[in-house]
Design a protein around this ligand. Structure first.
Ligand code: ZN
Length: 142
């Protein structure tokens, strides 16, 4: 691998890691620091409904929720509780839309990731002054 290619993929790794971190912080705030499945307020994580392997929904607020460590771990072999929470809260159509998005491959350039990261950092910064109203909204589609 050329030096240029290597530095490009190292940069990419770093961007993805940072995006996960900033996005995860926002998700936890968005759910008011409570596990959406069981209501716990400790050991909170950012859990994905559909696997974060797919970049199309990895940083989509409709696909990520505040979960406690236990519920997030359980989701790997039993996605039912989080799926039910989602459908009860946002509707079946929202679920189908999200699933389609999850199944539609997308390619982000490093530049795209940088832009996304800056937007999310801006959200966190605004949260410091404006509180919850600075956060994005999740949309109910019935
Ligand atoms: Zn929980």
């Amino acid at each position: 691998m050329s030096t240029k290619k290597r530095s490009h993929s190292a940069e990419r790794k770093k961007l993805v890691k940072e995006l996960d971190k900033v996005f995860g912080k926002i998700v936890i705030l968005l759910d008011r620091k409570r596990c959406v499945v069981c209501g716990k307020t400790e050991n909170l994580q950012c859990g994905h409904l559909f696997s974060r392997v797919a970049y199309s929904t990895r940083w989509d607020f409709m696909n990520a929720f505040c979960q406690c460590r236990g519920c997030n771990y359980r989701h790997e072999h039993d996605p039912t509780p989080l799926t039910l929470y989602f459908i009860n809260t946002f509707g079946k159509r929202a679920y189908e839309q999200l699933y389609r998005k999850y199944r539609t491959p997308i390619k982000y350039s490093n530049e795209d990731l940088k832009i996304r990261l800056n937007i999310l950092k801006g959200v966190l910064k605004r949260y410091e002054t404006d509180g919850y109203k600075a956060l994005p909204r999740r949309i109910k589609t019935t």
